[in-house]
Design a binder for this molecule. Structure first.
Ligand code: TYD
Length: 426
């Protein structure tokens, strides 16, 4: 890698922050008696110092602008800061940069306290060696000064990445090369006129400029486990949404199933008419479906740097066939080795719920499949096995699923974040 110290602007470069910024600016303008503006007109607030925008865009005096900044912060610190999402592909890019030994900093015009909070909330903190932003003291340091500070902390061979002319000019004033990204809030013309060394139209192009031929980072593999009826499907949707917000390109799959072939195996294994299917054949069929899914879908997605969320994986076989069918945990684990190789989840969410409660929820929802029609002792053994399966496993995030949907989601996401941060810091 040519550049070893990578400086990122925040808004419009790492995160798509327009909602929180424009809404907070509209709120402040309104409170100051400047009405009739639209969110579209206020997009110009993204990037430059607020004080400058309240004067330039809204037409305020110095005094009014200073007061408007106060009002803006009132709303922004309460809700606006979280009305944000990371651009797709950013976490994988940061992971790739780290993997290749780069130092990474954020150099932003956003007050340091908010920059810190956003980095924390959106999973960026573990990748960042420094976050440089202004204090809340209304001194408005220029981009040049912020970049200068970041470079003095990290040294190395720096490059500045941003979406507005301020980022490009700030880089130039420090004599360092720049990348102008056009997926943010500036125009290509603005970035070219400011003299950007490179232009990137997408996160992928940015990765090409920064990483070149260096090896990219693999994606992340998450699985969901639990008894039938534990609420897995609902929580999986919440997890997928959350990962997208964090900037992951997400592929969702399920087991048994995945691609066309694996879905055929699913139909076969879950068909209530196949009551003659013996336990051993059942175990092989689940493993066969998995072998197919790993090769057709999971591995290619991980190689491409995506996040894969799989509804059930090997742990289900160990619990249902190893425990429920009493084939033995080790036998089933062994039988799955060829199917999965070293493709094992980085994070497993286990939604914990006793079988009686889970199954009664499941059966009230729709017709039972072949597995759900099994006798109660089968489900009891499955549950028993699940419950002992994950002791001491750091990849597993165990969540009490016998709470309201919102409570389960909150508990799950905060535990997943913790695990993802730990992975990113490794
Ligand atoms: P699931 O897709 O969770 O069911 P649904 O879509 O009806 O909610 O799982 C299908 C069933 O297959 C479920 O009862 C668990 C069972 N199963 C196993 O017995 N072993 C396995 O390896 C897997 C993946 C699932």
């Amino acid at each position: 890698m040519k550049y070893t110290t990578i400086l990122f602007d925040l808004d419009g470069t790492l995160t798509k922050s327009e909602e929180g910024i424009t809404r907070s600016a509209l709120y402040a303008a309104q409170k100051m008696g400047f009405t009739g503006f639209t969110a579209e007109q206020f997009k110009g607030f993204i990037g430059p110092p607020l004080f400058v925008s309240f004067k330039g865009i809204v037409g305020m005096t110095d005094e009014q602008a200073a007061q408007a900044v106060e009002y803006y912060r009132e709303r922004f610190s309460a809700v606006g800061w979280a009305e944000n999402e990371v651009y797709t592909g950013i976490p994988n890019l940061l992971k790739g940069l780290k993997k290749n030994g780069a130092k990474i900093a954020m150099a932003t015009a956003k007050p340091q306290v908010f920059a810190d909070r956003i980095a924390e909330r959106f999973g960026l903190t573990p990748y960042l060696d420094a976050i440089v932003g202004p204090g809340l003291d209304n001194t408005h340091p220029s981009k040049k000064e912020l970049i200068e500070k970041a470079v003095s902390i990290l040294g190395g061979e720096p490059i500045m990445i941003g979406d507005r002319l301020f980022d490009i000019e700030g880089g130039q004033q420090n004599g360092i090369p720049t990348v102008g990204v056009t997926y943010g809030y500036g125009t290509e013309e603005e970035l070219r006129d400011a003299g950007a060394t490179y232009i990137a139209h997408s996160v992928e192009e940015l990765a090409q400029i920064l990483l070149g031929d260096a090896q990219r980072a693999k994606g992340i593999f998450l699985t969901m486990e639990g008894m039938d009826g534990c609420g897995k499907t609902t929580q999986r949707c919440a997890l997928v949404e959350h990962l997208k917000n964090l900037g992951w390109d997400v592929v969702t799959t399920r087991e048994p199933g995945g691609d066309e072939v694996a879905e055929k195996i699913r139909t076969l294994v879950l068909d209530p008419k196949n009551s003659a299917l013996c336990d051993e054949a059942e175990a092989y069929l689940y493993a066969a479906s998995r072998a197919q899914n790993v090769r057709a879908l999971i591995r290619p997605a991980l190689e491409a740097g995506k996040a894969v969320v799989c509804d059930r994986f090997v742990d289900s076989s160990i619990a249902y066939q190893g425990g429920g069918r009493a084939l033995g945990r080790e036998t089933v684990r062994e039988l799955n080795r060829l199917a999965v190789g070293d493709t094992m989840p980085d994070v497993t969410v286990y939604l914990h719920m006793p079988p009686e409660r889970a199954l009664s929820r499941r059966l009230s929802a729709s017709e039972p499949d072949r597995m759900e029609s099994q006798a109660a002792d089968f489900h009891a053994r499955t549950y028993e096995t699940y419950d002992h399966l994950f002791e001491g496993e750091t990849r597993v995030v165990q969540v009490n699923a016998a709470q309201t949907i919102q409570e389960v989601t909150r508990e799950m996401l905060s535990a997943v974040d913790e695990r993802l941060n730990a992975l990113a810091a490794e």
